[in-house]
Design a protein around this ligand. Structure first.
Ligand code: HEM
Length: 119
């Protein structure tokens, strides 16, 4: 297992000469890469110490760029700092409950109508 690094730790490395960032829940130390970056040092300094996943993806970096990341990997973002996608289980449960309630209401109304027929 590789090292887990908290977001708070990443945030401490937010300077041009101490430059970490998070991309896809992985932590990279790109201090040495700063001056080699084809997109310029400033692009990296702007996102120093934070999650740069969106910024990185928005540029549409090549597969080579992604490959380069491996060289700067220092650890995984701590599980407690990873934003989890909400599970749809609750929504599915609510949908089933709503449908069941609807069916019950229709059934009861129908029964009521049949029971109240005069013949
Ligand atoms: C630390 C991880 C990063 C690596 C390894 C990296 C690597 C590269 C590479 C290899 C290129 C050349 C084009 C390509 O192959 O896609 C590039 C271009 C570029 N990068 Fe990055 N990049 C990183 C992070 C970022 C971030 C966080 C930003 C923006 C905030 C950014 C902005 C750009 C821009 C604007 C270009 C285009 C430059 C041009 O074509 O004139 N990069 N990057």
């Amino acid at each position: 297992m590789s090292k887990e690094i908290s977001l708070a730790t990443v945030q401490q490395h937010n300077k041009a000469n101490d430059l970490w960032m998070v991309i896809d829940n992985k932590v990279y130390d790109v201090t040495k890469f700063r001056d080699e970056h084809p997109g310029g040092a400033d692009a990296l300094i702007d996102v120093a110490g934070r999650d740069a996943t969106k910024d990185f993806n928005d540029v549409g970096h090549s597969a080579e760029a992604r490959e380069m990341l491996k060289k700067y990997f220092v650890g995984n973002l701590a599980a407690s700092d990873i934003k989890k996608k909400p599970t749809p289980v609750r929504e599915i449960g609510l949908a089933i409950a709503a449908i069941a309630l609807g069916i019950t209401v229709v059934y009861m109304v129908k029964r009521h109508l049949v029971a109240s027929r005069p013949y």
